[in-house]
Design a binder for this molecule. Sequence first.
Ligand code: GDP
Ligand code: MN
Length: 361
Amino acid sequence: MKLLEYEAKRVFAEYGIPVPKGVVIRAPEEVAAHLPDLGDGVVLKAQVDVGGRGKAGGVLFADAKTAVETARELFSREIKGVPVGEILVEERLPIEHEYYVSIAVDRSSRQPVVLFADAGGVEIEKMAEEDESAVRRVIVSPLLSDIPPFLMRELLGGAPKELAPVINSLYHVFQGKDAMLAEINPLVTTARGVYAADAKLIVDDNALARQGITVNRDLSEREREAEKHGFSYVELDGSIGVIGNGAGLTMSTLDLIEFYNGRAANFLDVGGGADQERVMHAVKLVASMPGVNVIVVNLLGGITRCDEVAKGIIAAGVAPTVIVRMAGTNEEEGRRLLAECGYRMLDSMDTAVKAAMEVSP
Ligand code: GDP
Ligand code: MN
């Protein structure tokens, strides 16, 4: 799980890494109350989970006079398509130099690898591509609780020694938080010392329970309903509802819709052995999405019986056109039941998707 910058900075601070003074705001006016504490120059940073945020207009500078207006501007932006719901407002650091440091797992040696570059900032990937020697790397045994001094010297080269304790603390974060990646870009020097001006931390999903991290997502009512029934469910922004059994079949249905330039409203995998009851809940759920005017049900009858599915679809009794493609166990009976109630059942997923496109181009 990737933490937002301010969440990562909280963790970094716990491990003794200096981070700029800052507050998280959710509305432009909130910034005013914090200005006396943050000083005249501030940096406003959109808390969105996208790379290259600065270049995409997600990092703005302001002073006490312009802070509220700048916050308003940033809240109105979308950064690479992601709306800005939270802004981290920080004191503006008088940066002398920007460095790059990251720690990840090296797949070939299966050990932590620390990367360091003298020129950090926003263009690190480009720079590393052009000049491989610009990025130094050392492998650290996971059995060690600190980066040994000789490796630290190799890593830093001619860079200031004050960076060493911060990089070592980042290694503690990496170990302590079961991280897949811990990164500071830029790690900066100022007249007041070294700071993590940015922070990135990805915690291994397999370690979330051990880390006591509960994923803090705001579930919509439909998402909660899906969770209750154990459906794999993702909302998208199109108008063609999709229900399938098995992630592969469901994804193929989405792909086919995309292939014909249609727009799927969701992904819903009812799972294996779905009975009448589950199918009914699935159809009702997708039909309740605003903007959905047709639903493609694409199921393979194995343990799942097509007649059960048909009964479930009929029991849902929802208004939108439901177009069914089913094959397998009890297919004939399913087809008969659906036909009796005026539903369309088509022979292939191709024709089913095309039929849906006619309703919802
Ligand atoms: P990213 O684009 O998402 O990686 O955002 P960063 O947090 O790394 O910020 C992008 C750039 O903004 C940095 O590389 C710095 O050059 C600049 N920046 C960020 N914070 C400060 C600050 O406090 N003072 C100054 N002078 N520049 C900053
Ligand atoms: Mn950065």
